[in-house]
Design a protein around this ligand. Structure first.
Ligand code: SF4
Length: 367
């Protein structure tokens, strides 16, 4: 990593301290912060309303761009997947998912992932390293500039999901720092209510999140209603079993405000965790812990050559959903996006040109 400070990863308050230490007037802080986050300028030279002298000094000590886009893949459904590289050569993947009234950007919190969820391609990479706050923020800026043009207003709000590569709660401090920077009204202004972060079940951090006033929405990846099965699918269950996870979820539920809910994500693996019995067990589990402010997102598995699982049939997904609903559990089916470009859930594994993408009919555009 470069020794230079990544300015996208520092808050306005920190920037103010730096400006004061350098003897710069106070108004420079907002000017620079807005240039980086609101106008989304990508080099110091583009900030032409700053004196040349100041731009040169800043460039000596800091960077505002450290990720490079290696490839960009565009799905037939409009989803875009970006394969980026950090300055020290680690892969970062980010996905843009357009829908009619909103855009969602799925960002990565780590390069690779140390957890070994059996149904996930990213797991095959192992952990490469945690991403810095600047690298997390920069992913969003790169995507917005690519989709709308540098600094152009976005037609509708942007939602963020921390469900790309990595386990966000193993990079908790950097994650929260990045989200706070992105929530600033002089910057991207993506407020916590528009952000959802998913964890595989890092229990202590669920308690920590419950303490934060400015926290994002929480999604917990469950994938199985019993310890025996969950342990097989998500080895993190050996460290924190379902009982520990549910107690943390209950505590989180207590901290929710009126009208708020949190989510359990349930990847649907054909014949493995998707039978009627599993649906009943799942409803019973939520009932045992009296979890009420919760919804279950059913996610049809996204296959890949290296994974041993197949997707549940659409009929079984609907059956599973109706069993949950008949037991008063709110359940939704998440439609997969960007499967053809390996952008769907659990598919991010730094796949690049020359890989199976070609046979997946993907449009490969150089960014
Ligand atoms: S599902 Fe998430 S936590 Fe599990 S291995 Fe994949 S990226 Fe990591």
């Amino acid at each position: 990593m470069s020794d230079k400070l990544h300015l996208l990863g520092i808050s306005k308050a920190e920037l103010e301290d730096l400006a004061a230490a350098a003897g710069e007037p106070r108004y420079r802080t907002t000017q620079v912060f807005k240039a980086l986050h609101q106008r989304r300028l990508r080099s110091f030279d583009e900030i032409t309303d700053l004196p040349k002298r100041l731009r040169a000094t800043m460039a000596e000590k800091a960077v505002i761009s450290s990720l490079s886009v290696e490839s960009r893949y565009v799905s037939t459904d409009g989803t875009r997947r970006y394969l980026m590289k950090t300055a020290d050569g680690y892969s970062v993947e980010t996905v843009y998912i357009p829908t009619e009234n909103r855009d969602t950007i799925c960002f990565s919190s780590q390069s690779g992932c140390p957890l070994k969820c059996d149904f996930c391609l990213t797991a095959k990479l192992g952990l490469l390293r945690n991403l810095t706050p600047g690298e997390i923020v920069e992913q969003i800026i790169i995507v917005l500039n690519d989709v709308y043009g540098v600094g152009a207003e976005t037609p509708h709000g942007t939602n963020l999901v921390g469900m790309g590569a990595g386990e966000p709660f193993l990079n908790f401090d950097n994650l929260i720092a990045a989200l706070r920077i992105m929530a600033d009204e002089d910057g991207l202004f993506i407020v916590p209510n528009r952000v959802t972060v998913s964890t595989a079940g890092i229990v202590p951090r669920i308690y920590d999140l419950a303490q934060l006033d400015d926290r994002p929405h929480l999604a917990i990846s469950l994938a199985a209603p019993t310890d025996e099965l969950r342990q097989r699918l998500m080895p993190i269950n050996k460290k924190w079993d379902i009982d520990a996870l549910m107690k943390a979820a209950k505590e989180f539920e207590r901290s929710l405000k009126r009208g708020e809910r949190f989510t359990f994500e349930y990847v649907m693996l054909g014949g493995v965790n998707d039978t009627d019995r599993h649906a009943v067990e799942l409803a019973n589990l939520l009932g045992r812990y009296r979890l009420k402010k919760v919804k279950v997102n059913l996610i049809p598995h996204n296959g890949a050559e290296q994974l041993d699982y197949t997707a549940s049939t659409p009929e079984q997904v609907l059956r599973f959903k109706s069993i949950l609903e008949s037991r008063d559990v709110s359940a939704y089916v998440r439609s997969p996006r960007g499967r053809d470009i390996y952008a769907a859930c659990g598919q991010l594994a730094a796949k690049s040109e020359g890989s199976r993408l070609d046979s997946a009919r993907s449009a490969v555009l150089s960014a």
